[in-house]
Design a binder for this molecule. Structure first.
Ligand code: HGY
Ligand code: MN
Ligand code: MN
Length: 395
């Protein structure tokens, strides 16, 4: 399975992945998922929001046990973030069948669409829509960098965008959701364990900063006459770093666009996206407010306009202790750790009992082509997931 997935959407030079929602690479990943379901005799369903479900047992049964993750990537992402969870789910099912496990509950493997939000700017679109945390109206407003709207992209991929929306009946049939994921840090590595259980996800969000100035000639405009939005942006990047350090939190400008984008022109618009995360809501709010204050002060000084829009937000997620403790017990005392990374599991946890397993990441690197995990650790993850699914679905 891993070998089949590896070439899809991979950049030949960097080795990183570009599997953005509803692109050709995403379609190939989805075809791969369909084929894996078919090989195993599972019933494939694509829900109203484009998430794929592969069912063993009755798709309309209740108290289903669901596992899976996502197959899309960030720009130039690693091979493991997402796919490890989906591949491990199929592998765990194979292992359970090999053990002769007798399933007493329906089991599904899910591929949530557009987890990373790399194309339309909002993360976890598939799970948010299904869980009713993103309205159809808001989803219809999402556009990619080329101005292609989300509904249009879905339509091109053969889906009916008029159907998208919350799916409470589907979620009501789910008794438990367990997502396996590569750890995106080194906390597990420091414990010496291969597999851990998630405790919580930090609150996090994305804010768009638009600095609007005046385009002008780089060779003839006196410094005193400029309204250069790049200065406010630069100052804000430094403020974000400073405030994050003070707060013991995280703030990142990882994406910026400049208009008109000429080497010899003062920009008219600098648009930067802030990704901010902290252990608690107060710290996050205070930090983002301080960054915005610094941006406004500088923008005013330069005669530059500033608008700040919060494009997405995910409150803190504390995974339910009952399921989390059960997983820890099944795995013989696996370490329990929090993460700053967002996941579909975090979105679903508001609607269904949800837990996560993390597989050791020896370098901690993620959202990068250098992301890696040892094969033995991945196999340990499959065994752990199989143990968990057996306990939950064969009990
Ligand atoms: O950005 C995130 O936290 C996640 O990996 N989608
Ligand atoms: Mn990710
Ligand atoms: Mn992920």
């Amino acid at each position: 399975m891993w070998r089949d997935l590896l070439p899809i959407g991979r950049d030949r030079d960097s080795g990183g992945y570009h599997r953005h929602a509803w692109t050709g690479a995403d379609a190939e990943c989805r075809a791969w998922f369909r084929a894996q379901a078919g090989t195993r005799g599972l019933t494939l369903e694509t829900d109203r929001n484009g998430n794929q479900w592969a069912w063993l047992g009755d798709p309309h049964g209740t108290d289903a046990v669901v596992t899976g993750s996502h197959l899309d990537s960030v720009p130039d992402g690693g091979a493991f973030d997402g796919p490890l969870g989906v591949v491990s789910s199929f592998a765990a099912l194979d292992e359970l069948r090999g053990r002769g496990a007798a399933f007493t509950k329906p089991l599904a493997i899910v591929n949530f669409v557009d987890e990373e939000g790399a194309r339309f700017g909002l993360a976890c679109v598939g799970s948010r829509l299904t869980a009713g945390q993103l309205t159809r109206e808001k989803a219809y407003e999402l556009e990619d960098a080329d101005g292609v709207s989300l509904p249009h992209a879905m339509e091109r991929a053969g889906l009916d965008p008029a159907a998208i929306g919350p799916d409470p009946e589907r979620l009501a049939r789910v008794g438990a959701f367990v997502e396996l994921h590569i750890e995106q840090g080194r906390a597990l590595d420091r414990t010496g364990h291969r597999v851990g259980v998630a405790s919580a996800i930090w609150p996090h969000g994305r804010w768009r900063f638009d600095f609007r100035g005046e385009a002008n000639h780089a060779g003839t405009t006196r410094l005193a006459d400029r309204r250069d939005p790049m200065l406010g942006y630069a100052e804000t990047v430094l403020a974000a770093r400073r405030e994050a350090e003070l707060a013991g939190a995280l703030a990142t400008f990882g994406k910026v666009s400049v208009q008109p984008g000429g080497v010899n022109a003062i920009p008219s618009l600098v648009r930067g996206w802030l990704d901010s995360r902290a252990a608690d809501q107060d710290t996050l709010d205070t930090m983002v407010a301080a960054i915005e204050r610094a941006a406004r002060e500088r923008a005013e000084r330069d005669g530059v306009g500033l608008t700040v829009v919060r494009e997405s937000f995910t409150p803190v997620v504390e995974f339910g202790h009952a399921l989390r403790d059960e997983l820890t017990r099944i795995l013989g005392g696996a370490p329990v750790l929090p993460t700053g990374a967002g996941h579909d599991a975090g979105i679903l946890s508001a609607s269904v009992p949800t837990a996560m397993l993390f597989v050791r990441n020896p370098t901690g690197v993620s959202h990068s082509p250098a992301e890696s995990a040892a094969e033995d650790d991945c196999v340990a993850g499959v065994h752990a997931l199989a143990d968990v699914l057996e306990a939950l679905a064969c009990g």
